[in-house]
Write a protein that binds this ligand. Structure first.
Ligand code: SF4
Length: 306
């Protein structure tokens, strides 16, 4: 049996887990290609206009993959951590896709609660049943996939640059180089190193979150705000770049919260959607890079932030 896994949304975080799990069940795993213009165009064609770019792109991946597999994974991610939630678009993603794209193959849409090994195993039991009736094989596949997941690493921490920025945003905007138009390479070519939130300890993030009037219940709001606040305190980078999806509710809150605490610390927001032009993005990055360079080489002019 061929199991299709679309390379959109949080694929960058769970691909090892899913690939090992379904391969160990005896299925052949097929994925869509890396995001490209054709996938974007398909996503825009099938998805509702009001959705954010990452959800549209997910639709594009599904549309390109659906003919190549016998069953397709449409992850309904509910929770990554206890007492926290993920964007509602993830909870309703299977319905969005199944109502927008015709002639879909059977799909795996069981809810994913990933806050513990036990809760994730509940998903594995439900999903595994669609591939094999043998619960022993499912259990073994899950154990191997979970181990692989624990060993998986992600994140960017460039070394050797005089100027560095914290790159913040949802993983599917940071790690999809088509979506962000090769932002990391562009920054590196301008002499700027990049650091992402995976290298900040969760304890430091939690400490920053405790300073807020109310604990956020959206996981990515907590992580992105906590990372930015920690960077502003440690001053271990020269600037912050936030890659945001146009129409994203959580991003609009996070950006305002970061603005509230960043003072005059360099902070650039890049909003992206399917109409974003590369030339405009380049101009904004180059202007930001120039400003960082001037500040670094003329430190007496740097006002204290906060
Ligand atoms: S968090 Fe924002 S960018 Fe991500 S799926 Fe939800 S609306 Fe889209």
């Amino acid at each position: 049996m061929k199991v299709g896994i679309p390379k959109g949304l949080l694929y960058c975080k769970y691909n090892d887990f899913l690939t090992v799990f379904f391969s160990e069940l005896g299925a052949e795993v097929v994925t869509s290609e890396e995001t490209n213009k054709e996938i974007l165009d398909e996503g825009v064609k099938y998805c509702v206009d009001e959705a954010c770019l990452p959800v549209k792109i997910f639709h594009g991946h599904v549309s390109k993959l659906k003919e190549k597999c016998d069953i397709i994974v449409l992850p309904r991610i509910m929770q990554l951590y206890k007492n926290e939630y993920i964007c509602p678009k993830f909870c309703g993603l299977p319905e969005m896709v199944l109502n927008s794209i015709d002639n879909m193959p059977p799909s795996i849409t069981d809810p994913i609660y990933a806050f513990s090994k036990k809760s994730l195993y509940n998903w594995a039991k439900a999903a595994g049943k669609k591939i094999t009736p043998n619960s022993f094989i499912v259990k073994n596949a899950f154990i191997k996939a979970y181990d692989k997941h624990l060993q998986s690493t992600s994140g960017i921490k460039d070394e050797g640059y005089d100027i560095n920025v914290a790159l913040i945003g949802h993983p599917y905007n940071i790690y999809d180089s088509y979506v962000n138009m090769n932002l990391v390479n562009k920054l590196n070519n301008l002499g700027i190193g990049v650091e992402t939130m995976e290298f900040t300890q969760s304890l430091s993030i939690d400490l920053e979150i405790e300073q807020l009037f109310k604990k956020p219940f959206w996981t990515y709001l907590k992580e992105n705000y906590g990372f930015a606040a920690n960077v502003l305190k440690e001053k271990n980078v020269e600037g912050i770049i936030y890659v945001s999806s146009f129409n994203c509710g959580t991003d609009s809150v996070i950006i305002e919260l970061i603005k509230n605490i960043s003072g005059s610390f360099p902070f650039l927001t890049l909003k992206i959607d399917e109409h974003t032009g590369e030339a405009g993005l380049n101009t904004r990055i180059e202007a930001f890079a120039d400003m960082l360079e001037r500040r670094v080489h003329n430190e007496s002019n740097i006002p204290t932030h906060g």
